[in-house]
Design a binder for this molecule. Structure first.
Ligand code: GSH
Length: 232
């Protein structure tokens, strides 16, 4: 059994999408980010970076003690290796997947996250930041579009690279991107969207960049005003 510490954000959805694709038994432990549950000592013991997703694998290979893991890329790689799926075994195929997984973790996620923040959550419009992150996100969408021009999935076969990227393309409108400008990416995105595991993952999930009600000052402090000191 795997415990998934989860909130329905792109990074949280990556881990859920993997578990649905793999059909591994898991249970969701909801972490309310706006209430600051990610800052509680019991969560920090699993995820010292105070961010979701995190997992506890209660049945790791070799029957050892439970494994605790944070960082969505590490989680995807760990789980793919655990079940021997969604990452090829051969050296070339594996290298392809790794580079695109790390590209998502270090590029697409952080940059798209910033433009989502400045477009939706920032208390005032900051034109320089909006311009910089819109352009960089657009560049990254372009990289992915070219990559997908001659293959159905990012690393050839379906892999954790696709699982990592998909939840970060879902909020393309909040990123200020028009998928019609990225035809190969659009085709991949539409194919990914109708996979049974994707449908199960996103069932009942609200758009994280369209909060039903504006966030309160207290929530804003918890989410966007953290410093080096952890306040539980
Ligand atoms: N690099 C991390 C980023 C995780 C992340 O940014 N999680 C956000 C939600 S998408 C979070 O937990 N934010 C809560 C906070 O910053 O307090 C990963 O990929 O797991």
């Amino acid at each position: 059994m795997i415990d998934l510490y989860f909130a329905a954000t792109p990074n949280g959805l990556k881990a859920k999408l993997f578990l649905e694709e793999a059909q591994l038994p898991y249970r969701i432990v909801s972490v309310s980010l706006s209430k600051g549950e990610q800052l509680k000592p019991e969560f920090l013991a699993i995820s010292p970076n105070n961010k979701i997703p995190a997992i506890i694998d209660h049945a790791p290979a070799g029957g050892s003690e439970p494994v605790k893991l944070f960082e969505s890329g590490a989680i995807l790689l760990y789980l793919a290796e655990k079940i021997g799926r969604f990452i090829p075994q051969d050296v070339h195929g594996r290298a392809e997947v790794l580079q695109w997984l790390f590209w998502q973790m270090a590029g697409l996620g952080p940059m798209a996250g910033q433009i989502g923040h400045f477009n939706v959550y920032a208390p005032e419009k900051v034109p320089y930041a909006i311009d910089r992150y819109t352009r960089e996100t657009s560049r990254l969408y372009g990289v992915l579009d070219r990559r997908l021009a001659d293959r159905p999935f990012i690393a050839g076969e379906f892999s954790i690279a696709d699982i990592a990227c998909y939840p970060w393309i879902v909020p393309h409108e909040a990123h200020g991107q028009n998928l019609a400008e990225f035809p190969h990416l659009k085709r991949w995105f539409e194919n990914m969207a109708v996979r049974p595991a994707t449908l199960r993952t996103y069932e009942g999930v609200e758009n994280v960049y369209a909060p039903k009600q504006a966030i309160s000052e207290e929530e804003r402090k918890i989410l966007f005003n953290q410093g080096a000191k952890v306040r539980a």
